[in-house]
Design a protein around this ligand. Structure first.
Ligand code: GDP
Length: 363
């Protein structure tokens, strides 16, 4: 699965967010280091399009696609040097595909802040520094190994050494690699071989109070940092979201309506995470089920078929494809077909977001 890691200083509201995301009921206590084990939650990706499809097809069931959030424990100043939970968190972050960085933008005397002061800029700096220093550490170690290989004229090692030496000064200044100009090939190489954390796509989740969505200087500070990095910010009140997540469907709708919200704020977080991971969705729409499937942006039709079953990919012949908007406009497969909107796509076809697909394959 595709994983988005939730990081942030202690007591910024990570577990509260994670609990709301999974309703897993993990203790969110007012206590630093309370989230010690990495926790993974599988979350359905909210997508109103699947309901619109279901309204036409009237299937027995609707199956959303999912993504994973991992609650990552105890990142504190000095963590890259073994402070707090030490290096435990680093291994967990390395395994994720993207990072959601939770930043505290609410003031509350009852909730202890690790540095005794609510200061999003300083908090972000602490986390980014620790991640950069941890990357620095692993780059230095890898360089020692690779330089020997490079001396032996190993071509791949020579290229890797060159790139690692180039990123070293940047990390030495504790700057995240995502702010460095690197080619796509270089990024891919670094990601595949070295799992560097500051290269992972990152978004900021500003945890605000119920009344902190507007005129909130703390939130503005986070927005400015994100803009400078080209990162996204999602503002959310995690405490409110954890309350919303406790409610049954009907109660929830009423509660949301009272708040003037048309959906839980969590949906924004999930969709932003999904986007951050570079994913999008295609659908299958049959009478048995309407189902959303996840593919990486850029995936071809056979690769998309492979998400359903490896045999579909191996034996792929073609994909009957209807664009989502056409499927809706012509009220289903039959109508779209009659309007000439069903395409027969082959092996090279790059799947578009929302495509409704039916695969033909050899067994
Ligand atoms: P973590 O250490 O980052 O996982 O933080 P927690 O999720 O355990 O939250 C720490 C404390 O802050 C808990 O007592 C939460 O109830 C409280 N908290 C979390 N989010 C909010 C919020 O949006 N507003 C307020 N006032 N308190 C919050």
């Amino acid at each position: 699965g595709f994983k988005c890691g939730i990081v942030g200083l202690p007591n910024v509201g990570k577990s509260t967010l994670f609990n709301a995301l999974t309703k897993a009921g993990i203790d969110a206590e007012n206590f630093p280091f309370c989230t010690i084990e990495p926790n993974t939650g599988v979350v359905p990706v909210p997508d109103p399009r699947q309901d619109a499809l279901a309204a036409i097809v009237k299937p027995e069931r609707v199956v959303p696609t999912t993504m994973e959030f991992v609650d990552i424990a105890g990142l504190v100043a000095g963590a890259s040097k073994g402070e707090g939970l030490g290096n435990q968190f680093l291994a967990n972050i390395r395994e994720t595909d993207a990072i959601a960085h939770v930043v505290r933008c609410f003031d509350n005397d009852n909730v202890i802040h690790v540095a005794n002061k609510v200061d999003p800029v300083a908090d972000i700096e602490v986390i980014n520094t620790e991640l950069a220093l941890a990357d620095l550490d692993s780059v230095e170690k890898q360089l020692l190994k690779l330089q020997k290989k490079a001396k032996g004229q190993d071509k791949e090692a020579i290229v890797q050494v060159e790139v690692l030496q180039r990123i070293l000064p940047h990390l030495n200044e504790a700057k995240p690699l995502r702010s460095m100009a690197l080619s796509e090939d270089e990024k891919r190489m670094l990601d595949t071989h070295f799992h560097l954390m500051t290269l992972k796509p990152t978004m900021y989740i500003a945890n605000v109070d119920e009344d902190g969505f507007f005129n909130n200087p703390l939130l503005d500070q986070v927005t400015r940092i994100a803009e400078a990095e080209g990162a996204q910010v999602v503002a959310i009140c995690n405490k409110l979201e954890s309350e919303i997540a406790e409610l049954e469907d009907e109660e929830r709708d009423e509660f949301l309506a009272d708040l003037g919200m048309d959906e839980p704020g969590l949906n924004k977080v999930i969709r932003a995470g999904y986007e951050l991971l570079g994913l999008h969705t295609y659908f299958t729409a049959g009478v048995k089920e309407v189902r959303a499937w996840t593919v990486r942006i850029g995936a071809t039709a056979p690769q998309a078929a492979g998400v359903i079953h490896t045999d579909f990919e191996k034996g792929f012949i073609r994909a009957e494809t209807i664009a989502y908007n056409d499927f809706i406009q012509y009220k289903g497969e039959q109508g779209a077909k009659e309007a000439g909107k069903m395409r027969l796509e082959g092996k090279e076809y790059v799947v578009k977001d929302g495509d409704v697909m039916h695969f033909r394959f050899n067994v």
